[in-house]
Design a protein around this ligand. Structure first.
Ligand SMILES: Nc1ncnc2c1ncn2[C@@H]1O[C@H](COP(=O)(O)OP(=O)(O)OP(=O)(O)O)[C@@H](O)[C@H]1O
Length: 446
């Protein structure tokens, strides 16, 4: 082991859950909750793991700590491969690497005093001397900013912030090297969040703890972390020093997450980014770049010369059509056109009038609905778009989607982007960073 060996070194970590069917539990698919992530945490270093709900952050944490068995990859702790540990070594590892969860209330037994709960990890590790245990508990409670008397109180007598401090005490009592904190402050009000984060930061510095801080809230990570990894649908899409990633984000997903964080200084303007829809199903992740179905900066093929914004709107239409047939309600569009062309635009749509609306008018309305111009500058592409809209107007969503797919394909859906180095330790995996797509290409709109 060298001085540079990280405390935690995770390589290509994967955790898949089988999707089963029938009485024989036949495996029919896999939820790719974590799908090949790399991550390191050094001693005394705080690393953030961020992403929306459902991106795989908690699964990654549980798998790194071998609370769940990984499907693949390696986890090295202090230079040793944890994935090969037997029961005894696993027990020692679990002392040195502690997990803190979001909801402190649920992690305490209401019938046990705080002192009993905080001392619990000592049972597992064989410390039975009552006086010594009491001294340790009181000292640890003081270390996390609680009075030693808190040992005799019960969970319901503590506030949320005090309970999270007690949870920290329970983790610290066995003198760990690594703390994995999964949304440790998201159940707390803002001032209490700041106090608990300050405490975490102080403990990291004082005890030289490695901290992996999992949060959907980027502000939390910015305040206390040295480095950050951004996770989307089981993969790390961008990672690096916090300042580099936050000040110069390269992945459209990171940009979108950052844009959704309220800016405290109203004089600072940030481009608005539309992060539409939900995280797709991890059992059926999109091909290529998994973010392409929601990406506001999806790459336009060089063969088109029309406005990139227009191309991305076509892409969004495609995505909507392939997601859910009811996503584009053509009847409603037709009814609106009928109401608009009738004698009284405010009158409720009537079916007879809807039927009389020519398809051409519906196609034009669909273009307006998706912010598309009356004509694309590329006549061939326009002809395909028009044919697809005609299919859509006659209710053939799937045919419309496949026509659009045949004409408006993108590298983002065809191939998985490889990680590119941006600057020291700052990496991102996005096709916009590939040769031929300079970092300015398309990023302006993200
Ligand atoms: N035991 C399980 N069996 C099947 N699927 C699971 C299991 N645990 C998690 N998943 C799935 O794995 C994906 C990632 O879930 P995970 O909880 O790790 O995400 P997360 O980013 O931590 O979200 P959250 O912040 O909401 O907990 C989700 O699609 C989830 O439904």
């Amino acid at each position: 082991m060298t001085a540079e060996t990280p405390l935690l070194d995770v390589r290509d970590l994967a955790k898949h859950y089988p999707v089963t069917e029938g009485v024989w539990n036949r495996e029919v698919g896999r939820v790719r909750a974590v799908d090949g992530i790399d991550l390191t945490v050094g001693r005394g270093e705080a690393v953030g793991l961020v992403g929306e709900s459902g991106c795989g952050k908690s699964t990654a944490a549980r798998t790194m700590l071998r609370i769940e068995e990984p499907t693949g990859g390696t986890v090295r702790f202090d230079g040793e491969d944890v994935t090969g540990y037997d029961r005894e070594r696993l027990k020692r590892f679990r002392r040195r690497a502690q997990l803190i969860l979001q909801d402190p209330a649920s992690s305490f037994d209401p019938r046990r005093s705080i002192g009993q709960s905080v001392a619990e990890p000592l049972d597992v590790h064989g410390m039975t001397d009552r006086d010594r245990r009491r001294r340790l508990v009181e000292g640890t409670l003081e270390r996390v900013g609680l009075s030693p008397d808190a040992a005799d109180r019960y969970p319901h007598e503590l506030s949320g912030g005090e309970k999270q401090r007690a949870a920290l005490a329970r983790a610290l009592i066995v003198d760990p090297d690594l703390l994995v904190a999964d949304e440790p402050v998201s159940a707390l009000d803002t001032p209490t969040q700041a106090d608990v984060l300050d405490l975490l930061d102080g403990l990291r510095a004082e005890l030289g703890l490695g901290v992996l801080l999992i949060s959907h809230d980027l502000r939390v990570v910015r305040d206390v972390c040295d480095r950050v990894a951004v996770m989307y649908l089981g993969e790390v899409v961008e990672s690096g020093p916090v300042d580099a990633v936050f000040d110069d984000p390269q992945h459209p997903y990171t940009r979108a997450l950052l844009a959704s964080v309220p800016v405290p200084d109203p004089t600072v303007s940030r481009p608005s980014v539309d992060l539409v829809g939900d995280v797709p199903d991890a059992a059926d992740p999109p091909s290529g770049c998994r973010f392409h179905t929601r990406c506001p900066a999806v790459v336009q093929p060089a063969s088109y010369d029309f406005d990139e914004d227009v191309w991305r709107r076509i892409h969004r239409l495609r995505t909507r059509l392939s997601g859910d047939d009811s996503a584009v309600d053509v009847d409603a569009v037709r009814a609106r056109v009928a109401a608009g062309v009738g004698d009284d635009a405010d009158s409720p749509p009537n079916e007879e009038r809807s039927d009389a609306v020519p398809d051409e008018a519906v196609r034009a309305a669909l273009r307006r609905e998706f912010g598309l111009p009356d004509r694309l500058s590329d006549p061939e592409a326009d002809a395909v778009l028009d044919r697809a809209l005609a299919r859509l107007a006659s209710g053939e969503c799937e045919a419309a989607a496949s026509l659009l797919a045949s004409e408006f394909g993108t590298v983002c859906e065809r191939s998985t982007p490889t990680k590119r180095s941006i600057s020291a330790e700052h990496e991102a995996a996005c096709h916009l960073l590939d040769d031929g797509h300079g970092s300015d290409d398309g990023h302006g709109s993200a």
